[in-house]
Design a protein around this ligand. Sequence first.
Ligand code: GLN
Length: 376
Amino acid sequence: MRSVVPDYLTDVLADVESDTSGEPAGYIPELAAADPERLAAVFATVDGTVHGAGDPDVAFTIQSISKPFVYAMALSDRGFDRVLAKVGVEPSEEAFNEISLENDTGRPRNPMINAGAITAHSLTGPENVTPVERVDRVVQGLSAFAGRQLTVDETVCASEMENAHRNLAIAYMLRSHGILTEDPRAVVDGYIRQCSVLVTTRDLAMMAATLANRGVNPPSDEQVVDGAVVRQVLSVMATCGMYDAAGDWATQVGIPAKSGVAGGLIGALPGQLGIATFSPRLDRHGNSVRGVSLFERFSADMGLHVMEVPPAARAVVRSNRVRGDGADAIRVLRLQGSLSEFLWCAGINRHGGGDGRALRRRSSDPRRPRVMRWRL
Ligand code: GLN
C-alpha cells in the first residue's frame, strides 16, 4: 500500500520553493554555475525504506558533508587517542574556513571546520599510505556509507584546487604546528578530491541512515564503522555540524546534521532515519537556505528533535480489532505512547509488522490514544 511520505515531502518542497534568498557558493567557480532552482528531499529509514521528492537523483559534490564520514574513517583507521590528539571536539563559533586552532597546541577545534577536516583527511588509511592511496581509501569509505560506488567530479575538483589559497594557508599553519606531518599541498589536494565526490540526495540520505543505524548500511547490511565511532561522529555533528549556526540549529531543529557548500544537507536521527536535502543557495554561514527551512519543518511536523521527551507510555497497543469482511475489512489499532510522528505519518509499523497507510494520523488531544487503520 502506498506510503503518505512522498506526498508529505512534495507538499513541504512546494512550500519552500518560492524562497530564492541566498546565493550559490561563489568561491568555487564551478559551484557558482550550479542550477540554483534544484530542490530535493529524501528520507531513508534504518530498515532500508527510502522516500524522495523533487530531484533526488541529481548529482552534486558532497563538499563538507564528507567531513563526518572521513572523521569516522580516521577514528576507525588510527584509533580515538591518535585522532583526538590532533583534532578537538569543541564548537569553534567561527566560519567553516576560519583558521580555528587552539592557541597552545595548534590543534584544530573540531573536525567539521576545514582545519579539522584537512587534519582528519591526513589521518585516514594506514600510517605510511601515499596521498593517492589515501584518496582511494576515502572514496571507497564514502561509497560504503552510500551503499554504491561513488566517483570524483574532476571539473569541480580542478576548479576548487585553482582557488584553494585559504585551505592551503590553513594546511601550512597546521604543518607549522606539527599537526600535519606531510606536504601540505598534497593533503589539501586529497581533501579537495574528498569534497568533490559526486552524490545524489538519495545517496546522502542513505549515508545519514548508516549513521542512524549504528554504522550499518541499511540495504547492504555492511558494518561500515562501529557503534563507538558513530556515537562520536553524531555528537560532533550535533555540536559543530552547522558551524557558527550550530546553537540555533540545536534548539530549532535538534537533529545531528552537516551541510555542504554545494547545497546538500544531512541529518541523522539515531535509531530512526537519515534525512537529506539539496538546494544550492546558501546563507551567510554556508548552509543551504531552503535546506534549513525544510529541516525546521520536518522537525516541527514530526517531533524529530532529539531532546523532545515522548509522553510516558504503558502498553502501546490499546486495542486491535478487525471491522468488516473480505476486501472491505479494516484492522483498527488503537495505539498510545511514545511512537514518533514519523512512524505515524509513514504508516510504518515498527512494532506490529506491515507497511500500511495511516488513514487517520493523530488525535489532537495528546492524552487520548491515537487511532491507526490499515487495509488488510
Ligand atoms: N571544499 C569546501 C572548502 O573546503 C568545503 C566547504 C563546505 O562545504 N562548507 O571550502
